[in-house]
Design a protein around this ligand. Structure first.
Ligand code: PLP
Length: 378
């Protein structure tokens, strides 16, 4: 129950044990063709999606190298650990990052973003995180894309893709960065980037040094029949991703979003039911991660440790300024109602062990009620 790496379906585990096939064979070509088509269905885009043997941070670094020239101006929303990372990374690459900072747990203000773009000439692109994993808060990306329609938009969807709706083409998002290890139900090791035609045009102007992540090299290799990667792909993880994407699409993408909404709703109800306070807005948008304050005087690291040691349930603590103060339940990916019910039950027992006065079952009952009302029990 941590927000990544997440559990994977048994069929995806089993696929990882298959013999390695060579990546320039018709057999791998068949898998890779299907993976590319299915990724587009999940990213809700017709744009090219390049897959790298890297984590999400690598794919993001590639996006910076491919889009910008040193000194370019980029607007970056920072309302958590990952927004903060993209500010730091932009500066590391010599960009002028205009940082729009919000308190952790607070959603980006798209009106303020539009005003900043209108006031600051020369901004070439705008960055925002879909699901800010460090807080559980999901930004309104449809509104963000509207507010930034005159510049290239870059969305970090590492924990959001496959959990929270991201209608890439419908909303006009140019670049989406993601990773394999969260809602895509695949082991860590793959980074993805989808690239619109407008972003490709910006890429053609950019003068940042690059090699491994070069989109021109990727585009040339993907244009072959069957599509290829310019360098050796992570064959086994791509074969695993193939199974995971087929499972996701068999469930139905909209159904997957609905399941995540329910998991989020039940988690929030469980947290409130056990008398704790939510961290961040109490809304259905937050369907990937649920964060909560621990009671005053308690260290969330103790709660996280106890839940794992005594109950075998791995939730996450707080990051950065929230270290020790909040805990986070990840529910992006291969999770169902009983995962949430068991997590809330373990949290109640662990809180009691830490001498927090609690009526056992109140949180569990509140979570169960969400599923019972929805008719979903598995
Ligand atoms: C929202 C978000 N962005 C970026 C990252 C970094 O991705 P990775 O660890 O795959 O490099 C993470 C990982 O937790 C994340 O949740």
């Amino acid at each position: 129950m941590s927000p990544g790496p997440t559990p994977i379906p048994p069929e995806v585990s089993a696929a990882g044990a298959l013999p390695i096939i060579h990546h320039r064979t018709p057999e791998f070509g068949e898998v890779f063709t299907r993976v590319n088509e299915n990724l587009k269905r999940v990213f809700l885009t017709e744009n090219d999606i390049f897959t790298y043997a890297a984590s999400g941070t690598g794919a993001f670094e590639g996006a910076i190298q491919n889009l910008f020239s040193p000194g370019d101006k980029v607007l970056v929303v920072n309302n958590g650990n990952f927004g903060n990372r993209w500010v730091k990374m932009s500066r590391a690459f010599g960009l002028e990052a205009i940082e729009l900072k919000y308190d952790w747990g607070v959603k980006a203000d798209n009106d303020e973003i539009a005003d900043t773009l209108a006031r600051e000439p020369g901004i070439k692109a705008a960055v925002c995180v879909l699901s800010e994993t460090s807080t559980g808060t999901v930004n309104d990306i449809e509104g963000f894309a509207r507010a930034t329609e005159d510049v290239v938009t870059i969305i970090d969807a590492v924990s959001g893709i496959g959990a929270c709706p991201l209608r890439t083409d419908e909303w006009g998002v140019d670049v989406v960065v993601a990773g394999s290890q969260k809602a895509l139900m695949t082991p860590p090791g793959l980074g993805f980037v989808s690239v619109s035609e407008r972003a490709m045009r910006m890429h053609e102007e950019s003068r940042m040094p690059r090699f491994y992540f070069d989109w021109t090299a990727a585009k040339k290799a993907y244009a072959k029949t069957p599509p290829q990667t310019p360098w050796t792909p992570a064959v086994s993880i791509i074969i695993q991703l193939d199974i995971a994407l087929q499972q996701l699409l068999a469930e139905g993408l909209e159904e997957v979003f609905q399941r995540h909404i329910l998991l989020g709703r039940a988690s929030r109800a469980g947290i409130k039911g056990m008398g704790l306070k939510l961290f961040g807005p109490d809304e259905d948008l937050n369907s990937a991660v649920t964060a909560a304050w621990v009671p005053d005087g308690m260290d969330s690291k103790a709660l996280v440790r106890l839940m794992f040691r005594e109950h075998g349930i791995q939730v996450a603590g707080g990051q950065g300024p929230m270290e020790g103060r909040i805990f986070r339940i990840g529910h992006c990916g291969y999770f169902d109602s009983y995962d949430i019910i068991a997590t809330i039950a373990a949290a109640e027992l662990a809180l009691e062990s830490l001498d927090y006065p609690i009526e056992l079952g109140n949180g569990v009952g509140a979570a169960q009620r969400v599923f019972s009302k929805s008719g979903v029990t598995a």
